[in-house]
Design a protein around this ligand. Sequence first.
Ligand code: DC
Length: 228
Amino acid sequence: MSDFRGQVTLDGPSGTGKSSVARDVARRLDAAYLDTGAMYRAATVAVLDAGVGLDDKVAVARAVADAKIEIGTDAATEVVTVDGVDVAERIRGAEVTRAVSPVSAVPAVRRLLVARQRELVAEADAVVVEGRDIGTVVLPDATLKIYLTAAPEVRARRRAGQLGVTDPGKIAALASDMRRRDEYDSRRADSPLRPAADAVVLDSTDLDREAVVDRVVELARSTVAGRA
Ligand code: DC
């Protein structure tokens, strides 16, 4: 049983091992876990299924508002549904991954999802929330803010490992996809990807997952102890 109470935010680009770190930290702190990227991916499923053009911001926002998106907050099981249909696998596929950046750049979509994220966080005494703008926008008063980075080549290799890709050409394509998405996410006008001024920046280039998890858990416990 952990005595951690509060919110840990984990932001950063893709391929840093953020999701697995966030889940492990949540388990270690006995906390809830919220994957906000999964919410933007589920919203993208709703947009794709509505058949609207990705550049029609009004129609994109309407498709998201009309859909019932549900996301679980248990670190041990992933639950993501859109209108009652399990989309946990589909949200990781290439079709959704290609479309998620433009959908998540629409301010009305962000407003809807950020409101839902804050509701879900308010339901938990202890929670780990991962995303891009959690420390900067969603939870500016979080207990502990982490920004996780890693060298781009390392991030592409890790993502390839997760997907079981070994072909060097395909790894290079993954790396360029990743760079394009990060650039898009960092340059968008609404809630760009960047560390909060009070975030602890952790570079995982030379650290394995366990070392990163240990460091975040230690920081979370010491932050709470320091406030008591
Ligand atoms: O972490 P991920 O790859 O599952 O995120 C999917 C996309 O959603 C990513 O391109 C950026 C976007 N996203 C966002 O804009 N804000 C968040 N809080 C989380 C994800």
